[in-house]
Ligand binder design. Structure first.
Ligand code: GLN
Length: 248
């Protein structure tokens, strides 16, 4: 049986709005294609984390407090995460996880959390704690050159700047900053986004984009995931897109 490995970073701390559901969905959609997704976890203090064999490294979202709690431990993982990323492993990061792989996160109390510095972007929150980007959001990204609308929910005080290759264009909601035109950060093997929801339950094609990237990388041949029955998911998406964008 084909196998992929996912390393779930700090599942006990980075799980806002059910973000760990993204791992369940990847596992489920891998299973539909006869691929076993093996999940390992890193929690603070672990010393035996295997970054090298991970096909996917996943960080969910967390509030400022959780981010502060894990920041020092995450810095200890810098070399392992960087090497895996440079070797082509896929990085999926949500909100707090997204912020921490950039240069830094300056929170609303003026405390600066050093990021891994893997990417150029940086994040600063207003000192006014009430100033947050909260609500449903829809963005438009590209998957294999085709437009795809990504639906989610955002709740962040942090304003992320310095993004050169965004995940998508904002159609409704805020994005990287208040009323931003762009949302998230993307490379061929990276998706970083403020979208909770969980992200992958509302956007099944994104899961398949990650699975096909990882399988193609493993086998050296272009992998196209077999079509599955997404009728329910597509009907849900239609309702949400109509509600959020006024689309029929
Ligand atoms: N603490 C960060 C912020 O408020 C991230 C929050 C989150 O992960 N939703 O910007």
């Amino acid at each position: 049986m084909a196998e992929l490995k996912l390393l779930h970073m700090y599942p006990n701390l980075l799980d806002l709005y059910g973000d760990s559901g993204n791992v369940e969905i990847l596992k489920y959609r891998c299973g539909l294609r006869g691929i076993e997704l093996k999940v390992s976890r890193r929690i603070i203090g672990d010393t035996d984390t295997d970054f090298e064999s991970a096909d996917i490294i996943y960080l969910g979202g967390g509030a400022d407090l959780e981010q502060q709690m894990l920041a020092d431990d995450l810095l200890k993982c810098a070399d392992g995460i960087r090497a895996a990323y440079e070797n082509g492993a896929f990085l999926l990061m949500i909100c707090g996880g997204y912020q921490l792989l950039g240069q830094y996160y300056l929170d609303s109390n003026g405390e600066k959390i050093k990021g891994l510095g893997l990417f150029d972007y940086y994040t600063e929150a207003s000192s006014d704690k009430r100033k947050r980007c909260i609500g449903n959001i829809v963005i438009e990204t590209k998957i294999d050159g085709e437009s795809y609308k990504v639906i989610g929910f955002e709740n962040h005080g942090g304003q992320t700047k310095g993004v050169k290759t965004e995940f998508g264009k904002v159609l409704a909601g805020n994005g990287n900053e208040f009323s931003s035109a762009i949302e998230g950060y993307m490379e061929e093997n990276v998706i970083a986004t403020y979208l909770h929801g969980p992200l992958l339950s509302k956007n099944p094609k994104l899961s398949d984009r990650i699975i096909s990237y990882c399988m193609s990388r493993q086998t050296g041949e272009k992998y196209t995931p077999a079509a599955v029955n997404d009728k329910l998911e597509e009907e849900c998406r239609e309702v949400l897109l109509e509600r959020l964008l006024g689309e029929k």
